[in-house]
Design a protein around this ligand. Structure first.
Ligand code: PEP
Length: 235
């Protein structure tokens, strides 16, 4: 399984290094086979010791150039970063990234061979319209994305579940993941208020191949607990 942590705008470089150190020792001491992937803030990007897959939360689809406030391929290459998160709801809805821009980023980083964790998810008003509308909404977010790309991972993250403590029921998560599985062969992660208390139930569901976790992974002990839950499920 793949257990990814998104630090968002949390943690310094020193805190991130310490977190990686703790996770790497936990993995080694407990023979964890699940993959640990972490998206630190841009100031903490570094592959450090290599036991963890480190990814960028965002980058611009360019090698370098005049794009104030952005980082490009050159800056990622310097730290050996070959993984990127694209389409996170905070970038879609707070930073206003359009589907067109996301497809541009996807194509660029696909061309560079990156592992791409591509996020999709519906706001509450869409969910309230029922599963057919919801699945149509997710299909629109997949528009233009090469679903056969070999280094693709999809993260299904209902927007209303992110950082709220709310999650869809197990049946609802399974229904969406099963619908996605009909068109997607790659790993499908669930994200949205995953924590130590609900990780086992969510990770055990059919067609859930891992999790993308924000607040529930900020404490390293919690992240390690979720890694070991994932491992014990032996999927
Ligand atoms: C996320 O940011 O991708 C996320 C799932 O956040 P949280 O776990 O806090 O809901």
């Amino acid at each position: 399984m793949l257990i990814a942590a998104n630090f968002k705008t949390n943690k310094t470089r020193a805190q991130t290094r310490e977190y990686y150190r703790a996770v790497s020792s936990y993995i080694a001491e407990n023979n964890i086979a699940s993959e640990a992937m972490i998206f630190p803030p841009a100031t903490a990007l570094d592959s450090f010791d290599g036991a963890i897959s480190v990814g960028a939360q965002n980058a611009y689809a360019v090698e370098n150039g005049a794009f104030t406030g952005e980082i490009g391929l050159e800056q990622l290459d310097e730290f050996g970063i070959k993984t990127i998160l694209i389409g996170h709801s905070e970038r879609r809805h707070i930073l206003g990234e359009s589907q067109e821009l996301l497809v541009q980023k996807f194509d660029y980083f696909k061309e560079q061979g990156f592992t791409i964790v591509y996020c999709i998810g519906e706001p509450l008003e869409v969910r309230e319209e029922g599963s057919e509308v919801l699945i149509g909404y997710l299909d629109d977010q997949l528009e233009g994305i090469d679903l056969d790309y070999k280094n693709l991972v999809i993260a299904y993250e209902p927007v209303w579940a992110i950082g709220t403590g709310l999650t869809p029921s197990a049946d609802e998560v399974e229904l969406i993941h099963t619908a996605l599985r009909q068109k997607i062969e790659c790993k499908i992660l669930y994200g949205g208020s995953v924590k130590t208390a609900n990780a086992e139930e969510l990770l055990a569901l059919e067609n859930v191949d891992g999790a993308l976790i924000g607040s529930g992974a900020l404490k390293v002990d919690d992240y390690c607990t979720i890694l070991s839950i994932a491992d014990s499920l032996n999927k």
